[in-house]
Ligand binder design. Structure first.
Ligand code: OSB
Ligand code: MG
Length: 370
């Protein structure tokens, strides 16, 4: 693959409803898209940064800077045998996983198109459809939350994840569990607790939860191992897993029994596959997390979720839960059984809506091979 050009765009996209986590409220997403031209084919990917450095340390602006100053110059005019080779090209770059993933994943789309295969197949996907769950943001009251849960279960979603934080946790979870005794239910704290809360966190054991996601510090593994020893509920790590070595450390220490794989957080498809392979070999269930992506990131997530070992419903759900209009055609739709079919046409398998992308672009920069 000869890399001819890289274009970055920033788009503002208003969410249909604000999404609140323990680290803040998102009303409008700043979506960063990568458009990469290689051998006449255009690959697309999304840089999945949050609006500020509150999920991990990256932001749309840090990713833009790192791509402009360091990543794009390393690949422009170069020839790569395949997308995964870029991990060696980028080996000197420390951190900035989401920036790296934006470039690498666009290369994967381009490679899939060039080879005439679906991205899911190129990644090693085997499932014809993926299982879908939803992530529900913090709500004003247990009653409001119960209404949301009912809507999503009615739509067919197979697992409900509730965001929690101190002061908005046990009562909310209890209300949902009492109304839905058999639903696959999990909670996600996005690092809102500390080890001082250990007695409090133990109280979640009574709800028969599928997992508790990232209760402690965003960059911690060791203290999660201390906590897991005291909990019956399986811990799932999200924020603190950046690559397969983190995963190995977490599993060896007993810090988690389930791993959330986000293709941006771990630096791209190659790293995501290493984590998937490691967990599969150790019989650790994985699932694909979300970052409120537009259609382009969402479709990469569908492909990722089709690999062996993704046995739990993920946070990949329908476009219409987030957007009035999505950047792909058709939008991502979920069946009444709570599944999404894995595309079988080459590349992403959805049409990218350039018209909308152009209309909503607020910033754009292109770098070409000289
Ligand atoms: O921790 O999984 C998370 C959204 C933004 C940042 C972090 C997280 C989330 C979600 C939403 O839970 C998942 C989604 O629906 O995209
Ligand atoms: Mg999470």
């Amino acid at each position: 693959m000869h890399i001819e050009a890289v274009t970055l765009r920033k788009l503002k996209m208003r969410l249909k409803t604000p999404f609140e986590t323990s680290f803040g409220i998102t009303r409008e997403r700043t979506v960063v898209l990568v458009e990469l031209l290689a051998d006449g084919v255009t690959g697309w990917a999304e840089v999945t940064t949050s609006e500020g450095p509150f999920f991990n340390s990256e932001t749309p602006e840090t990713a833009w800077l790192v791509i402009r100053a360091f990543l794009a110059p390393l690949i422009l005019g170069k020839d790569l045998r395949c997308a995964s080779e870029v991990t060696q090209t980028f080996a000197a770059i420390r951190g900035h996983e989401m920036a790296r993933a934006g470039i690498e994943n666009a290369l994967w789309d381009a490679e899939a198109q060039q080879k005439g295969v679906p991205l899911a197949k190129l990644l090693g996907g085997t499932h014809p459809e993926i299982k879908c769950g939803v992530s529900l943001g913090l709500q004003a009251s247990p009653e409001a939350l119960l209404k949301k849960v009912a809507t999503e279960l009615h739509a067919g979603y197979q697992r409900i994840k509730l965001k929690i934080k101190p002061g908005q946790d046990l009562d909310f979870v209890r209300a949902v569990r009492n109304s839905h005794p058999d639903t696959l239910l999990s909670v996600d704290a996005n690092s809102a607790y500390t080890l001082a809360d250990i007695e409090h966190l133990k109280r979640f054991d009574e709800f028969n939860l599928l997992m508790m996601e990232q209760p402690l510090w965003w960059d911690d593994i060791f203290n999660h191992a201390r906590l897991q020893k005291q909990l019956k509920t399986p811990i799932c790590l999200d924020e603190s897993i950046r690559h397969s070595r983190d995963t190995e450390a977490a599993l060896d220490l007993g810090a988690a029994r389930i791993i959330n794989i986000k293709v941006g957080r771990v630096g791209g498809h190659t790293s995501a596959r290493q984590i998937q392979a490691l967990c599969l070999a150790r019989n650790i269930p994985v699932w694909c997390g979300g970052m409120l992506e537009c259609g382009i990131g969402r479709v990469h997530n569908i492909a990722v979720s089709s690999l062996p070992g993704y046995t739990l419903p993920g946070d990949v759900s329908a476009s219409k839960r987030y957007w009035d209009e999505d950047l792909i055609d058709p939008p991502v739709e979920v069946s009444p059984r709570g599944t999404i079919p894995v595309p079988t046409s080459p590349g992403l398998g959805y049409h990218v809506r350039r018209d909308l992308i152009e209309r909503w672009t607020t910033e754009k920069e292109t770098w070409r091979a000289r």
